[in-house]
Design a protein around this ligand. Structure first.
Ligand SMILES: [Zn+2]
Length: 155
């Protein structure tokens, strides 16, 4: 642990010390864990930096219902596109890391749709997503992530 001059957000004492360690998290690869800890009150701050070694761009074609079970890891820096469904997910303040399968991904998009104003477009996309979930529609998911964290899990 290293001493710092940083004041603790909880007790305001300048008693924060910092350290780091490396973790190996399944599906996320190597993760650097930075942390600070207050010597007085024990308050902790954690931060994680992911270092993936997966290819920076990848895509998968969904042809039938069982392909909906393909799992994927999305890092916070990933751009995801599903052109056939008109869906796009970009890195941004709302972007979060998650592991899900294709069906779970489509459900995530369904939950985001009410945020958009164009009702007609929203209804059209909703209909397409529902067809996709039922395996009636073929589509392609492409992912690009400069950090190399995001990837499809094919087994
Ligand atoms: Zn403190």
């Amino acid at each position: 642990m290293d001493e710092t001059d940083i004041a603790c957000p909880a007790c305001s004492e300048k008693s924060m010390e910092k350290g780091m360690d490396e973790l190996d998290i399944p599906h996320f690869g190597n993760v650097i864990h930075y942390y600070m800890r207050c010597k007085k009150c024990g308050y902790r701050i954690n931060d994680f930096a992911f270092q993936g070694n997966f290819q920076k761009e990848d895509s998968v074609e969904i042809r039938e219902k069982k392909d909906l079970d393909i799992k994927l890891v999305r890092g916070s820096g990933a751009t995801m596109l599903i052109p056939e469904l008109g869906l796009e997910l970009y890195p941004g303040p709302l972007a979060e890391s998650f592991i899900t399968n294709v069906e779970g991904l489509l459900n995530r998009f369904l939950k985001l749709l009410p945020l958009f104003e164009d009702r007609k477009k929203v209804e059209e996309i909703e209909r397409k997503i529902k067809d996709a979930v039922e395996g009636k529609l073929r589509f392609t998911i492409s992912m690009s992530d400069p950090s190399g964290v995001s990837h499809f899990i094919r087994d």
